[in-house]
Design a protein around this ligand. Sequence first.
Ligand code: AMP
Length: 214
Amino acid sequence: MRLILLGPPGAGKGTQAKMLKDKFQIPQISTGDILRQAVKDNSDMGARVKIIMDAGQLVSDEIVIDLIKERIKQADCEAGFILDGFPRNIAQAEKLSETLIEMNLEIDCVIDLEVNAEEVVNRLTGRSTCAECGAMFHLLSRPPKVPRVCDSCGGGLEQRPDDNRETIRERLKVYMESTAPLKEFYKKQGNFKMVEAKGSVEEIFSDVCGIIDV
Ligand code: AMP
């Protein structure tokens, strides 16, 4: 099964992608995670993208398209994958379509997680992520049992540098301008489904699984 998760920053794409990955045993491919890892590793690419990511802008299409092309050709993607944070604009979506046609593959479902701007700010300002296993927590709605320690693996929790009010506003603007038009793009392809990303993580996951219809 090949899925795309769309939605603004803070819609819960990463959380839902991780749950889908566990349920269906297919990899989550998060361009944001791959880029953040490159920054941590101090790679050439990491150094090039850090300033752009910290400013809440999109890194170049060329970089992310190359990353995705390479990643979806790997053996663990044979049974499918979940794209989380890619595509982010029409040019990326078109390149993805081209690549999939070359590989004789199709996207089964594009799931758009809808959430309003006020909720995005609330979610992202309280968000923290485990540096070791990537588990996600929220100061109010999903606090860790021990402050700043991951419930799952005991790793340290960290806040993303782009989860501050100013950068969140910029990321939302970029989302509205560049990413939101993908909804129409995929609606025309006929495999687009919308989920109201309200309620608990489990409730949203149940809605997501309901529309995947497997
Ligand atoms: P995310 O983890 O998906 O919120 O992404 C964090 C940041 O990584 C974004 O604000 C962008 O700077 C960059 N990024 C992630 N995915 C993409 C993409 N598909 N195209 C361009 N930039 C991306």
